[in-house]
Ligand binder design. Structure first.
Ligand SMILES: [Zn+2]
Length: 83
């Protein structure tokens, strides 16, 4: 039985969602010819997460909605002052 990568919950058969998750990065540097180079490699891996973790959390989307509303409000106020 697989477990959720994020919340460690047990995933029932056919319930999990396969997702590409960021697992870390690897920095490397060196010389090619006589020019130094530095690179950063990102690693992603396929992990299984439960349905709850697969969908964006409600608090997160609520926060985004509030931010957008706040910005629109600011824009509206600013327009009021200018015109
Ligand atoms: Zn989960």
């Amino acid at each position: 039985m697989p477990y959720c990568f994020k919340c460690n919950r047990k995933i029932e058969r056919g319930q999990g969602v396969r997702k590409e998750v960021y697992t870390g990065h690897h920095k490397s540097a060196g010389f090619s010819g006589n020019r130094p180079w530095a690179g950063k490699r990102k690693y992603y891996a396929m992990r299984i997460v439960c349905n709850d973790c697969a969908k964006p959390s409600t608090s997160e989307s609520l926060f985004t909605a509030l931010t957008v509303m706040f910005l629109l409000f600011l824009l509206w106020c600013f327009r009021g002052w200018v015109c």
